[in-house]
Design a protein around this ligand. Structure first.
Ligand SMILES: Nc1ncnc2c1ncn2[C@@H]1O[C@H](COP(=O)(O)OP(=O)(O)OP(=O)(O)O)[C@@H](O)[C@H]1O
Length: 318
């Protein structure tokens, strides 16, 4: 589990992270999103103990990563947005080299390298030089190097940039498998549709501050403490909106001839009452389910709300 508490980081003349606190639970995949310059890469570098915060702490389980960077590096993997590979080394040689750098005893390096290759499904490329791999396979090799020492926490900065759709789908599967094995993953990207595919949580940063941090499933259905419910009917219903409103207690957000979106509070018993009432009214209901909004819609709505919030006022002596 990763605990970030009250993290503040300044570049000369510029506050890049302003009091950031968050917790990433074990086995979750958190999408780190935000506009250019929001502080995503800075947050990752601090979590990776590559920079020292001005104040605040980052703990990986019981370990303060800035007090014990070497120990922290043994427990974490980091793939920065720009990474290099030794093009003249084969996949096996590159992985064995990394294993040596991680302190794996000589006798075990081959097994560790082959295990990492298997995990990233590049076993058939072990004999191929890195310089001749496609972009998607280079990405897999880089991730294999980052996870070879079995870290509990993995960070990936823009891992899918430049990948074609099928390589992206492959990457999603790889990340899901790693999380299923218990790894905690933080991944930043601007490609929201791709993040939606494998993330369990969304962490939104803007101007160095956390705008939102919640499970994707919750964010996708809840708007300001209310849930949008989609109703589909088996056939067109005359005056559908009027009939829904006649039930009482239902707020209709939008209405077609055979479907409607209504609002509910998140309490499941309210939904149960609503469902029973729709059926009791004799409407030919075919499905009743929380409406999921795309990550892009959620992101744009949250960022707009954050922009409209009045700026923080500095209060001091007059
Ligand atoms: N070395 C540096 N010196 C001064 N300012 C920096 C430095 N690196 C980043 N910054 C500034 O700090 C802020 C946060 O940058 P950061 O790279 O963390 O943002 P980001 O969210 O990763 O952006 P992007 O989506 O463009 O990669 C930005 O305003 C950036 O200009």
């Amino acid at each position: 589990m990763l605990h970030v508490e009250n993290l503040i980081f300044d570049y000369p003349g510029h506050r890049a992270l302003n009091n950031v606190s968050l917790v990433l639970e074990r086995g979750t995949i958190t999408a780190l999103v935000g506009p250019n310059g929001a502080g995503k890469s800075t947050l990752m570098r601090l979590c990776a103990a590559l920079d020292q915060p001005f104040s605040g702490t980052v703990r990986l389980d019981d370990l303060d990563v800035h007090a014990n960077p070497r120990a922290a590096h043994r427990r974490m993997g980091f793939l920065p947005d720009f990474f290099g590979l030794y093009d003249e080394l084969t996949v096996r040689q590159g992985l064995m080299y990394r294993a040596a750098a991680q302190g794996v005893p000589r006798a075990q390096r081959r097994t560790v390298a082959e295990g990492a290759a298997e995990r990233l499904e590049i076993t058939d490329r072990l004999g191929q030089k890195a310089g001749t791999l496609s972009r998607g396979l280079r990405q897999r090799l880089a991730i294999a190097q980052a996870v070879l020492h079995e870290p509990t926490f993995l960070m990936l900065d823009e891992p899918a940039s430049g990948l074609d759709p099928s390589a992206r789908i492959g990457l999603s599967g790889v990340l899901r498998n790693l999380a299923r094995d218990g790894m905690t993953i933080l991944v930043s990207s601007h490609i929201l549709a791709e993040l939606e595919d494998y993330s369990t949580h969304i962490l939104m940063l803007r101007q160095g501050q956390v705008v939102d941090h919640a499970p994707l499933a919750v964010m996708g259905t809840v708007t300001e403490r209310r849930v949008e419910i989609r109703l589909d009917f088996a056939r067109p219903v005359a005056e559908l909106r009027k009939r829904l409103l006649a039930i009482g207690g239902i707020e209709v957000l939008s209405c077609g001839v055979d479907d409607a979106i209504v609002m509910s509070d998140p309490d499941p018993s309210t939904r149960a009452t609503m469902l029973a009432a729709v059926l009791a009214a004799g409407l030919p209901l075919a499905s009743f389910a929380p409406e999921r909004r795309s990550l892009q819609d959620i992101y744009l709505a949250r960022m707009k709300a954050a922009t409209e919030r009045p700026p923080l006022r500095l209060v001091g002596p007059q």
